[in-house]
Design a protein around this ligand. Sequence first.
Ligand code: PEP
Ligand code: MG
Length: 551
Amino acid sequence: MLLHEPQIVIANPVADDQTVEKARLHEAMDTLKGDVDDMLSSQLVAGSDEHKHVLEAYRMFANSRGWMSRMEEGIRSGLAAEVAVEREQSATRARMARASDAYLRERLHDLDDLSNRLLRLLTGQGQRSAEDIPEGSIVVARNIGPGELLEYGKKIKGIVLEEGSVGSHATIVARAMAIPLVIHADKITREALNGDLLLVDGDQGIAHLRPEDSVASAFRDKIEMQAAAQEKYRSIRRKPATTLDGQTITLNMNAGLMVDLPSLESSGADGVGLFRTELQFLMRSTVPKRGELAALYDSIMNSARGKPIIFRTLDIGSDKVLPYMKREDEPNPAMGWRAIRLALDKSGVMRMQLQALIRAANGRPLKIMFPFVAQFEEFTDARTRVLHELDREQSLGHVIPQDVEIGAMLETPSLAFAPDQFFEMADFISIGGNDLKQFFFAADRENERVRRRYDTLNVSFLSFIEQISKRCDDLGTPVSFCGEDAGRPVEALCFAAMGLRSLSMRPASIGPVKHLLRRANLNEARAVIEMARAEGEQSVRAAVMKWIETL
Ligand code: PEP
Ligand code: MG
């Protein structure tokens, strides 16, 4: 285990000569910019547009005049260069603590990361080059920047962060490099010492510092068991998810980055049931150009080799603010001006995205899905715009897709009760269980205190899923479930028992979900659920688990 950010000690906080301090700051800044440029042109970035965009956003900060002039101001007030950097860093950290917007927090973290580099350059302390790092180390840090992570590269076997977030640049890079990452490890930088033994379970998000022998050996057993399970999943990779009573469930995967696509083949997924397009937008400092997006969507379709992909249009809103969009302060962003609401009101970006999708398809079939539709009219409106863009593209001489399907995400309870005409018009529906569940139980999906209070296998929620599934069947609308719960084997089995025949999940979940489905009889599962429901249970989990043990 290795501490990423050793404490820097500043010996002399005041400076006599401002000119010297200013020159030191400029020199360090030039080196820093050079380092970032080197990273950008390095092997690590070659071939990966995503790494490149992450670093470009990072470079934008390094070149920010505001940042430089605030530090120069510190020097003018008599501070040594490193103290001026530190003072500005403290101000950034205070802004970071106050920022309620996740995207802004992430960008401020990039700035924090650059300040650390600058401090190391100015003091000559804590300089650790990637070459000095022992192979197979686990890095521990308060937080880490994407640049540093790329420098450590494949040499490291895990990362444990005190802060961090699911949508951060570092998380994206770690995922792309398949390095296990644990975030929110409380006090880890204070507790851990260089050289300590540290076990990292990226799947569970757990790290064990200086584990007891019993924990370490249980961990070893778990790794062995997982290896055996992986072997089992590999053996059924090309087999269908057919239950004992002959029901075949389509298992798709969720994706959001080009790097996710190879999992389509390795996981045995039938297609991509949800491609979250916003990640490409969130990672950049400027709005992507239509041509760039079209090229990206084209490579995604090429990598899928004919397997279907459902592209979800931008799900952006007050909680996921793009740096090039004016921020709207809203008291309750999750229920605010987001996703399709924003897209319909400010249609420029959506139109551009639709054009990019149509051009990328270049005659191939295209599936487009709108997020967060709450009423029929929003869907008809969005659909009309797709049809309009198709006409326009055709009149401009572009080849338009042979087959275009336009679907909606069912993420608000209201849509389940929309008129029949909605279900007849939608080419498909995908239940966004993450949002649907938070609105069904009125429990914030980001709030740990309330999130776990309501079980997905709660009878009310399952009955709701059953109703939606039945309504779609009656009206002939293909329906799928693409929230995180679809990737949990027991939940997936219960959804199938409630009538769903298509699920979309993280690629790593395909094997475990398929394995359970192939061992189960859906009629029996349904009987167990109905019995628990008739007995007035709050959740069917206990009954279903007990039954699964008998399989
Ligand atoms: C969902 O809400 O279930 C969903 C898949 O969308 P997201 O998690 O991106 O909001
Ligand atoms: Mg959602």
